[in-house]
Design a protein around this ligand. Structure first.
Ligand code: MN
Length: 719
């Protein structure tokens, strides 16, 4: 049981003797404040803060942190006030106690919305002083160690919270020992049977395994000695929960687990790490793909080491971690140890000097912009993950390298599809911007925008990738349907079967019988198969004709007659989808002339009617009728066709006005079909309506120009 003597022993190992007085004073203050209080286990309450202080001392924390650990529950649970602590122990310790008390109030098992806020507060607390979170972690670790004294429902809640929040937090801060112990304790509480199973597996042939590791370590020691490298070689402790996870996730047996067998090699200098790797590989065959160089590329939580797995004696794979003593200290204590080691080495400053952290805090801290601040504190302690906030403050986690597009697709597929830009912390950023911890991301959208293919080059999440690919697949399919439909209708027009016949469900049913290998559930599917070349429209029509006795299908006599008559005339003057000899009719509503931009409308059983593309009738077609529009073009090889056009000429009435107009038409050798004049009641104006035959728009333009040149003509227009 933790008492002051054991705490003192730990502190003496690394703190100046002069600090012990303060620690003793903190212990005494906590002791008398908690006097009369007991833990659920029945032991006096002081055991808890003392144990927390011991954990902190094992982590080699500074004196204020140890003192705050001793006092961490006094403000919450005893008569002691913040002010009294400040007076007795100064500002620094008081701030730490205050920070831990505040953190203690958060409930991490709360609903998701609250969880985001709690995370934010946690990060902020960490940003203000990392020591607050380290104390909190030590507090939690001791509570986990004594979990069995609590009622089962509370055990479950605390264990889950530990697994989901505190262990990952310790992991992200690189505090492996804390993390592993917390995980094993939570594992035991949450999955007692599985825990028992793994424990038995590990202990079943422990002697044999330890013996093997011992022999292997001896061999490595020997070959390194021979190579003249001074080193320490040790076996590596195993953690139940990580074994369980590996077995569970990889579906492998216990014997296949690579790193169940592991050793560590410690050396003095960085170059020696690589020398060791070389020497080991020259004696034992490395397993390819299992060499990891975290020295050249340290993990973001500062972890450095060389990892390799080799085939050891008896053909068993064994993992070897190679690192310097300095790297090991960081690996063991994470961010908590890092600056201490630096402080000792570089300036010889007093141990546990937090100048490094304070410098960052003082320099950047601006309470109004916590997001900026978080970023500055290099919260990419967070391995391979970033967290960002939505405009509503919801927290979202992403793999490192994610972009605003990943963010958009995570919220909703449609938001991803319509994303045109993004803001990070209120500023416009490019779409390939890499999300940073604490960013507040806002997606800018446009209804008419669509995903871009090059997004695939930089999005990081598989979710975004899949959605983008799906979208393009769908678009391709839409384009195929359109192309197949055109191909089909062209052949139908040529065949003389009315479109309404082949557009009926009966047709689809007949095709299903003719082509049992396709489901042909819809026309869209049929069109797509046509576009891909899996179905031939001509064959479809032939099959349909064979399958039906319907005479109208066999042959539309009127249509065929028209086609034939057109054939003898060479051309109707217009091609439909590139085909001559399709029966066309020029729409009366807009009387198109060669040279006009035109479009065809497939009528039901009466060929194609040709309109000017700016015709009001075309513009106002309903969407389903618009589907029946086809491409038509003036046939360059058409004969000398004449087209009927109607003109309205307006001007001031005078003697000879009409004659002048008619003289122009005669001079151009045009045939007048109809003429009509209307005198207006007021202003002496006259309107002349002319209907005449003309070969094309060029001729028409010339004619209209000439008429405009006649004196007293005010306007000439096509009607
Ligand atoms: Mn506590």
């Amino acid at each position: 049981m933790a008492d002051f003597e054991s705490l003192k022993r730990l502190c003496q190992e690394y703190l100046p003797v002069s600090d012990l007085a303060t620690i003793k004073r903190a212990y005494d203050t906590s002791y008398s404040a908690h006097d009369g209080q007991f833990r659920k286990s029945g032991s006096p309450y002081i055991v808890h803060p003392t144990s927390v202080a011991c954990i902190l001392a094992e982590l080699r924390q500074d004196t204020p942190t140890i003192c705050a650990g001793l006092l961490h529950d006094t403000v919450e649970d005893t008569h002691l006030t913040e002010k009294e602590i400040e007076t007795a122990f100064g500002h620094d310790i008081c701030q730490l106690v205050k920070g831990v008390t505040k953190l203690g109030k958060f409930r991490f098992d709360s609903k998701e919305a609250e969880q985001a806020e709690n995370f934010r507060k946690m990060f902020l607390a960490m940003a203000q002083d990392v020591r607050v979170v380290i104390i909190k972690l030590a507090d939690r670790l001791h509570n986990m160690r004594t979990l069995s004294h609590l009622p089962p429902p509370k055990q479950q809640r605390i264990a889950r919270e530990t697994r989901e929040i505190f262990a990952p937090l310790a992991h992200r801060m690189g505090m492996w020992n804390l993390k592993w112990e917390m995980e094993d304790l939570a594992f035991q509480a949450l999955q007692p049977e599985e825990f028992q199973h793994i424990r038995e597996l590990v202990s079943s042939n422990r002697d044999e395994r330890e013996h093997y590791v011992e022999r292997f370590s001896g061999q490595i020691r020997l070959i390194l000695d021979e190579a003249g490298i001074h080193s320490d070689v040790t076996g590596r402790p195993k953690h139940f929960y990580s074994i369980f996870q590996k077995l569970d996730q990889n579906h492998i047996s216990f014997d296949e687990l690579y790193d169940i067998l592991g050793i560590r090699v410690f050396v003095n200098t960085l170059p020696e790490c690589y020398q060791v790797l070389g020497v080991v590989h020259s004696h034992f065959k490395p397993i390819s793909g299992r060499i990891k160089d975290y020295i050249a590329v340290p993990k973001s939580n500062l972890y450095q080491s060389l990892h390799t797995t080799v085939i050891g004696p008896e053909g068993k794979p064994i993992e070897i971690q190679i690192r310097t003593y300095e790297m090991h200290q960081v690996a063991e204590y994470g961010v908590a140890a890092h600056w201490q080691y630096k402080a000792q080495k570089t300036s010889g400053a007093t141990q546990g000097d937090f100048a490094w952290l304070r410098e960052i805090v003082d320099f950047h801290y601006d309470p109004t912009t916590p997001a900026d601040f978080l970023r500055e504190l290099k919260l990419d302690l967070f391995i391979e993950e970033v967290f960002v906030f939505s405009p509503k403050g919801d927290i979202q986690m992403f793999p490192k390298g994610s972009t605003p597009i990943d963010f958009a697709y995570k919220i909703h597929t449609e938001i991803g599809h319509s994303c045109i830009g993004a803001k990070a912390n209120g500023h416009i950023v490019p779409l390939d911007y890499r999300l940073r911890n604490g960013d507040r991301i806002e997606v800018l959208r446009s209804k008419i925008s669509a995903p871009k293919l090059d997004w695939l080059d930089f999005v990081a999440t598989s979710q975004a990738k899949n959605r983008i690919k799906q979208w393009f697949k769908r678009q391709k399919s839409l384009a195929n349907i359109k192309a197949g439909k055109r191909k089909f209708e062209k052949v139908v027009l040529m065949s003389g079967i009315p479109l309404k016949v082949v557009g009926s469900d009966d047709f689809l049913v007949a095709m299903r019988e003719s082509y049992p290998r396709f489901s042909l559930a819809s026309f869209d599917e049929m069109y797509e198969l046509i576009a891909k070349g899996d179905l031939m429209p001509r064959e479809l029509i032939r099959h349909y004709r064979d399958s039906t006795q319907d005479a109208t299908v066999a042959m539309d006599p009127i249509f065929m007659q028209r086609v034939r008559s057109k054939k003898s005339n060479a051309s109707s003057g217009v091609t439909v989808l590139g085909e001559r000899n399709i029966s066309v009719k020029f729409a009366k509503c807009c009387s198109p002339l060669p040279g006009d931009v035109i479009i065809g409308f497939i009528t039901l059983g009466a060929g194609v009617s040709v309109h000017r593309s700016d015709c009001g009738h075309i513009f106002h077609l309903t969407p389903d009728k618009k589907a029946r529009l086809v491409e038509v073009e003036w046939d360059a090889q058409r004969g000398q066709h004449q087209f009927s056009v109607s003109l309205l000429v307006e001007g001031f009435n005078r003697l000879g006005f009409l004659q002048d107009v008619l003289a122009v038409i005669t001079s151009k050798k045009l045939t007048l079909a109809h003429v009509e004049t209307r005198l207006h009641d007021q202003g002496g104006m006259v309107s002349v309506i002319l209907i005449l035959d003309i070969p094309n728009v060029v001729q028409l333009d010339l004619l209209m120009g000439s008429i405009r040149g006649i004196s007293d003509v005010v306007a000439v227009q096509r009607t």
